[in-house]
Design a binder for this molecule. Structure first.
Ligand code: HEM
Length: 224
């Protein structure tokens, strides 16, 4: 079988891979951007929830002698929630740009580091009939999960940008509402990926693939 760098070094797990500087920077900037996006969602739907805060506004004003109805209180409370969604939108543009830059970075990668070659290598390893079959299967699943993650980013970017430019695109209210539901659902897929990804790399680093996490910081080039 034609082998590439993931399987040449004797005794090395295929999970230990080199990462170019561009990929490492992209990985950590994307990680930070997604974290902040998730924080905007968390704050907008908890502390800044306009329904819960409308009641607070009404109570506060009542104490000062001003009585306002539910609609008025909701409008005031909505201002802060809107500010958080504006921040979400800005970070969303950032994430969409990161997705685009990931595609550009792919063209600059060495042959071995391209997603397609690593995917092919994972499939070839999996097809081998040797005692490491279980490990190759695991490796293939991990590679698939990364491809699905890129699709998830595309899904979030396309639905998010449609919401951000709904007016310019001439979307009707029901269409906008439907896209919001679809976009909102994507957050659960994102939580699932982040959870399994974090558990996976921590488990690997504590077990058979020591250094997998620092490899995404230092590039892991000394193994070659
Ligand atoms: C990690 C990725 C992302 C997650 C988890 C996420 C999550 C969410 C959630 C849960 C909502 C609320 C949906 C609802 O009210 O039912 C939302 C709204 C929205 N998102 Fe995202 N989003 C992400 C990425 C993006 C991107 C890339 C953009 C692109 C600009 C974007 C733009 C928007 C806009 C414009 C809204 C509507 C905000 C409003 O109500 O005014 N999002 N997002």
């Amino acid at each position: 079988m034609k082998q590439n760098e993931t399987s040449t070094s004797a005794g090395k797990s295929p999970f230990r891979q080199t990462h170019s500087a561009a990929i490492r920077i992209w990985h950590w900037v994307t990680f930070l951007t997604i974290t902040f996006i998730l924080l905007t969602v968390l704050f907008a739907s908890t502390l800044l929830n306009p329904r819960a805060n409308g009641v607070v506004v009404q109570d506060m004003l009542k104490e000062k002698g001003a009585v306002i109805n539910n609609d008025q209180a909701f409008s005031v409370a909505h201002i802060f929630d809107d500010k958080m969604w504006d921040l979400h939108k800005l970070l969303g543009y950032g994430l969409s740009f990161l997705l685009l830059s990931r595609i550009v970075i792919e063209f600059t990668q060495s042959k071995e580091e391209k997603v397609q070659s690593r995917m092919k290598n994972a499939i070839n390893l999996f097809k081998q009939n040797d005692p490491n079959k279980q490990e190759w299967k695991h490796y293939l699943i991990v590679k698939w999960s990364y491809s699905l993650f890129y699709l998830l980013l595309l899904y979030m970017a396309l639905t998010g940008l449609s919401l951000a430019f709904g007016h310019e695109l001439g979307l009707t209210r029901p269409t906008n509402h439907l896209i919001k539901e679809i976009h909102g659902f994507g957050q659960y897929l994102m939580y699932a990926f982040i959870f399994f990804h974090l558990c996976g790399v921590i488990y690997a680093d504590l077990g058979k693939t020591k250094g997998i996490v620092s490899g995404m910081i230092n590039g892991d080039s000394e193994k070659l």
